[in-house]
Design a protein around this ligand. Structure first.
Ligand code: MN
Length: 489
């Protein structure tokens, strides 16, 4: 490949379809959770687009759409409305999708990401409510296709970003942050495996920073990794074409996860004319100021606010992100509220956060934490263990061992110090006791003792080790070393 001296700037914009966590569909009182349902069992005359069927707007979907506005750092539109977007496909029985084209429920806003240590604001163009289509499957080797309409009419929020994303890594960071946002705001279950979030990634490159290149759209990506890989692949592919003097074709592309590449699906010449028109059967959404204020005050603590609170403890960004993701991985476990309830004592809060990140969360990933401990019991255990460390009664090694045992067995002893003592975790900090052991060790290893006297400090480590061994690991090592120094000074 020829190398030119040109540098290319990538420009990326992302559209994300988020499935709203309502019980029923956007315009029909039909169940919404198609995950384990047999094909075509969650349908009604409305989902099938029967003549004369009238859609009835789901109030919960409107509430979640309004909530999304605040989650995206803006305010919901007081007035928004629906339009018909026409296209013909077997999984769209009406021949049109009901969507918000002209006046969406969310206009503007932003998502803040951090990538490679730099904070960046990615603008949000808009977010609109719309219904999902059904699902077509094309069995291999057969001369027919199958249509399942369970998903037809499922409420979606399509979140459209500004083309503010400048690299594949930032695209991934944006997708991940959007996931945290919709999950924390309670807008979506955000089950990526079941397609609750689907990303369309628009990529162009240009050697002139003032002129945008021709863009391609890679559709229906359902993981952060594939967002990153597809953006990376498109950037590279487009630069290579331009370097060869070829042109980029504006087109829709798919992502082949097995081959880790994008492929052409349809070109611009086949692009649809959607013949948008106002939806006559669904009245516009008019939100009162009172309703908007209510939604605003019901928004829970969002990821960014959690980060600010946790940063004050001196935790690293990656530790905080581990906590933020763990919190939503298991809804029964309240990592963040437990840390927060101790914020008036930052040392304790930081201790708990560190132990969550280093011990409990990895144990949960292995499935080795008992379900028997509730949040209250766990909170008590962490606070008690920290106290025992502060009082020099537990070494950090033994603290980890004790905690691991309690989490694994699901035990919450009423007196944790007593339990730790019974189990042999409490370290000896009685200087008389340790002194006796130190004296015995010095007598047993006179050569090492002489080395210490002659200033060979390595021997102190050896003798301390012997004291620990003799005390069966219970001696406070700091205290033992101090006593050895004193004796041999
Ligand atoms: Mn859409």
């Amino acid at each position: 490949m020829s190398q030119s001296s040109k540098t290319y700037t990538p420009t990326i914009g992302i559209e994300c379809h988020v499935q709203l966590s309502t019980k029923t569909k956007l315009f029909a009182a039909v169940g919404n959770d198609a995950r384990d349902a047999r094909p075509n069992t969650l349908i009604s005359h409305i989902c099938l687009g029967m003549p004369g069927a009238l859609p009835v707007l789901n109030a919960k979907a409107v509430e979640l759409g309004a909530r999304a506005a605040f989650a995206l750092n803006t305010t919901p539109a007081a007035f928004s409305k629906f339009d018909r977007k026409h296209y013909f496909y077997p999984d769209l029985p009406k021949g049109y999708q009901i969507t918000q084209f002209e006046q969406p429920i969310v206009l503007g806003g932003y998502v803040e990401i951090e990538s490679e240590g730099v904070k960046k604001k990615i603008g949000i163009t808009r977010a609109h409510l719309e219904e999902d289509a059904g699902k077509s499957t094309h069995p291999a080797g057969k001369d027919y296709s199958l249509v399942d309409l369970n998903r037809a009419g499922t409420p979606l929020l399509e979140i459209v970003s500004e083309p503010d994303i400048k690299s594949a890594a930032d695209a991934k960071a944006y997708a991940r942050e959007l996931y945290l946002i919709v999950k924390y705001a309670g807008i979506s279950d955000a089950d990526l495996y079941h397609g609750n979030m689907r990303f369309d990634v628009n990529v162009s490159v240009s050697s002139d920073p003032n002129v945008l290149g021709t863009r391609t759209e890679s559709k229906n990506l359902n993981s952060f990794k594939s967002v990153e890989k597809a953006a990376e692949y498109e950037i590279k592919r487009q630069i290579e074409l331009l370097e060869k003097g070829e042109v980029i074709i504006q087109e829709t592309r798919g992502w082949d996860d097995a081959k880790q590449r994008t492929f052409s699906q349809r070109g611009k010449e086949q692009a649809h004319d959607y013949r948008y028109m106002p939806e006559p059967d669904v009245p516009p959404i008019i939100l009162s100021e009172e309703f908007i204020n209510e939604i605003k005050s019901s928004l829970p603590v969002m990821p960014d606010e959690w980060r600010n609170r946790l940063l004050s403890l001196g935790l690293s960004r990656s530790q905080i992100d581990t906590l933020l993701e763990a919190e939503i991985d298991n809804e029964a476990v309240d990592y963040l509220p437990i840390i927060e309830s101790n914020l008036d004592n930052p040392d304790v809060a930081k201790f708990i956060a560190n132990y969550f990140v280093n011990i409990e969360i990895p144990m949960r990933h292995d499935g080795s934490v008992s379900d028997k401990l509730d949040n209250q019991a766990r909170s008590t255990i962490y606070i008690a263990i920290d106290r025992l460390i502060q009082d020099n009664k537990l070494s950090s090694t033994n603290a980890k061992a004790l905690l691991t045992q309690l989490l694994k067995d699901g035990l919450s002893p009423t007196d944790i110090e007593e339990y730790a003592a019974e189990q042999g975790y409490i370290q000896e900090s009685d200087s008389n006791e340790i002194e006796k052991i130190v004296e015995a060790v010095i007598a047993e290893f006179p050569d090492a003792a002489n080395d210490v006297k002659n200033g060979e400090m390595k021997a102190i480590g050896f003798l301390t080790g012997q004291v620990m061994k003799k005390s069966l690991g219970k001696a406070n090592p700091g205290m033992a070393q101090e006593l050895i120094r004193k004796k041999l000074a």
